[in-house]
Design a protein around this ligand. Structure first.
Ligand code: SF4
Ligand code: SF4
Length: 246
């Protein structure tokens, strides 16, 4: 092949490449075709779901759970604030009264019935912000699909976590709760300091000391259900420490 033929062929190739580049970058069709062309050279990322699901983002909002205190008492006090905060009207709470013989939570009330309708829930998290006792929190679990609408309505027994290892299931009697000597709400430990001069001043030493005295202990003197004390005091004398502190 002569030099002139080589030059002609090279010029043609360059012109073709230029035309292709212009077509891919300057036309709508070309820009659209460039996407799959680029994807052909990207290393594929394959997740083996559901055998090895990927971890979610640290602050991912998954399904809810209802929490308990360390001894098994439910944190939910049936106040319905979560239901009122919900923009999708997805929460139903039916409050009930604790009695001396049957105590499900500290204070006067507990959630007799609690339901979250995941047909409606948008997992926004406003309900957990509204909860005053941190009874309601969100997990990172997202596998809540069901094949019926009824299956997406989670009831209290589905949402309530199991009692911790050193706790036991509700109900307790007032007597059992009183014997633990706990302040279930943490008292001053969760009370914000006073506001002074536009900024939050630190709590003084005295409230801090009192707060230290009411933080729940890890070592709980548990009383198994149905057992009285050695001195034979009657149950349910209305002196529940948890209820009183509420
Ligand atoms: S996450 Fe949002 S939509 Fe779902 S129950 Fe809570 S407040 Fe309602
Ligand atoms: S989950 Fe929280 S806000 Fe909702 S009823 Fe129970 S205590 Fe009240």
């Amino acid at each position: 092949m002569t030099l002139q033929a080589w030059l002609t062929a090279a010029g043609g190739a360059v012109a073709l490449v230029l035309l292709g580049w212009l077509a891919l970058t300057r036309t709508v069709l070309g820009r659209g075709l460039a996407v799959p062309l680029r994807a052909m050279f990207v290393k594929p990322e394959t997740a083996s779901y559901p055998e090895a699901p990927r971890p979610t983002a640290p602050r991912f909002h998954g399904r809810h759970q209802l929490n308990r205190y360390a001894d098994g008492l439910e944190k939910c006090i049936g106040c319905e604030l979560c239901a009122w905060a919900c923009p999708a009207d997805a929460i139903f709470v039916q409050g009930g009264d604790n009695t001396e013989e049957q105590r499900f939570s500290p204070g006067e009330r507990y959630a007799e019935d609690y339901q979250i309708n995941y047909n409606r829930c948008i997992l926004c998290g406003l309900c957990i912000e509204a909860c005053p006792t941190r009874a309601l929190t969100m997990t990172q679990e997202y596998e809540i699909a069901a094949d019926s609408r009824e299956g997406l309505i989670w009831t209290k027994d589905m949402l309530l976590v199991d009692p911790p290892e050193d706790g036991y299931d509700t109900p307790h009697t007032d007597r059992e709760v009183r014997d633990r000597g706990l302040n279930y709400y943490g008292g001053l430990a969760v009370t914000p300091p006073t506001r002074k001069g536009g900024s939050f001043a630190p709590a003084t030493a005295a409230p801090l000391q009192r707060a230290g005295a009411v933080v729940p202990r890890r070592e709980l003197p548990l009383v198994p259900p149905g057992t009285g004390d050695a001195e034979g005091e009657p149950d349910g004398d209305g002196g529940s420490a948890g209820a009183g502190d509420a």
